[in-house]
Every structure is written in C-alpha cells, then in structure tokens.
Design a protein. Structure first.
Length: 268
C-alpha cells in the first residue's frame, strides 16, 4: 500500500492550561489574568495577524487542517476578533477547551480535527501564535514524509525539523538575523506517525526530540521567523551559529519565503 499522509497542525493561542508554562507558577486565576490582559492580547493579535496567520494562509500546500487552541473562558470580544481573522481560511478552526493538563489538551485539539479516511499516516505539526513559517513548510512536510516512508524499515514515529531561520528581535543591533539552530525549534516542526498511534509532536520537548526519535532536519534555507518580545514564555535565545545573511539577503528571503518586508515587521 502506498502511504498517504494527512497533515494536522496545532497553534495554541493563549490557552489556559493547568501546566506547561515555563515562566509561571501561579494558580489558574492569576494565570488567566495575565493571559487575558487586554494589552497583552493586543500584542499577541498583532503578532498573530502579521506573522502566524499571514504565513499559515500563504502556504503553497493548503491540504492540511490546523486547530487554534483557546480556552473556553477566552473573552468573547477577542474570540470574535479571532473568528473574523480566520473565517475565510478553511484549513484553520478554533478549538475551545477548559483548563486541562497540557498534553491532554493537545491530544484533544488534534482529535477535534477530522480524519481523512484513506490516510495511512498522520503528520502533526506545531506552530506558535507569534512566529512565522516559510510558505513551503507544509509542502516540505508532505514531500519529506512521503519519501521517508518509502525507504524506512522502522515503523516508529519520526520527526521532520527545520533548523535554519530568522530571529526577529527589535532590541537587537540587527533586528532581523539569520541563525542555524543546533536542535529543533517548534516552528513547523512535525512528527509522522502511523494512523492510530496517538503520539504527537508535543510528546517531548522540541529541543530533545532527537534523543528519542529518528529526526530529519533541513538547513537548506531559512524556514521560520521567531519573534523575541516581552511576552515570550520560554527563552528565545538562539542556540547555534549565526548565518551570513545581510540586509539585502534578508529582504529577499522575507519576501520570497514569507510574503513580508522588513517594514511590515516594524512595531511588532
């Protein structure tokens, strides 16, 4: 049987989980107040619209589904704004859940996405609401998965990662810089599993996946934009080596790969 891969994505948008926050040890009420602070949500929506949604909607391969995971208590006015943004992009749908243990919420969100009956494998990918991914990300996930499934003997899950990208840090000397990461980032990161295996790309910390799974990584071109800002929950510090791109090259990469210009990324 020729393998057929279904692609499912997950983007968490200020989801109020019971755990999983790197910088927070507060109780749910305190965490809810932080997540739903109007000033913070306004900042998140700017990043979401300009980076995450913009580049998701730009994908060359749109034969995928992506859950936008929010809390059931997400404020109504902000939820309406989110619904308005994604309304005309069928691959994305909102999944609202009560506070749950993070990994259980992730599984529930992926499960909420319809299955393709003829699929033999599922590629679950992750994307953050404040980062951008290259327009060929889902196409590369499909192409790499299809080809690896033809040659692999091991039936266990495997990972597809993109270890070269751009950091967007307005406070840095060079606001947009190129980096080669030594371990996978979560942007566009995918795990391919046989259908029926409920493991997802969130099963392990993304930096540690290579310790547990076969991992195919690409550094052919910058495949993501990672934003650095005051609301980062985890350290947004590059872990690798700087790339050679200069301003002219950055401008070309931004436009060709992400449909963006440096001016469009100002004031984020």
């Amino acid at each position: 049987m020729t393998p057929k891969v279904q692609i499912k994505g997950l983007m968490r948008f200020s989801y109020l989980s019971e755990n999983g926050f790197a910088k927070s040890v507060d109780d749910l009420d305190a965490r809810r107040a932080v997540l739903y602070d109007p000033a913070r949500l306004e900042r998140r929506f700017k990043l979401f619209e300009r980076l995450a949604f913009h580049t998701m909607a730009l994908q060359d391969d749109t034969d995928f589904s992506c859950a936008v995971l929010i809390g059931e208590c997400f404020p109504d006015a902000w939820r309406m704004r989110l619904e308005d943004i994604i309304r005309d992009f069928p691959p994305m749908q909102i999944v609202a859940l009560p506070p749950m243990v993070h990994i259980q919420a992730v599984k529930a969100a992926y499960s909420a996405l319809p299955d393709v009956p003829e699929a033999t494998h599922i590629a679950t990918f992750r994307q953050d609401d404040d980062d951008g991914m290259h327009r060929q990300t889902t196409a590369r996930i499909r192409a790499v998965a299809d080809n690896l499934l033809q040659v692999r003997v091991d039936k266990k899950p495997f990972v597809i990662a993109f270890n070269r990208g751009l950091y967007l840090d307005p406070k840095a000397t060079s606001p947009i810089s190129e980096w080669y990461e030594r371990a996978p980032l979560g942007i566009g990161l995918a795990m391919v599993t046989p259908k029926g295996d409920h493991a997802t790309v969130f099963r392990r910390n993304h930096r540690n996946l290579v310790e547990y799974y076969d991992c195919y990584t690409e550094v052919d071109r910058p495949m993501w934009i990672r934003s650095v800002h005051e609301d980062n929950d985890s350290s947004a510090t590059p872990q690798g080596r700087a790339g050679p791109l200069r301003p002219k090259g950055v401008r070309r990469v931004l436009w060709d790969g992400f449909g963006l210009t440096p001016e469009m990324l100002e004031n984020l």
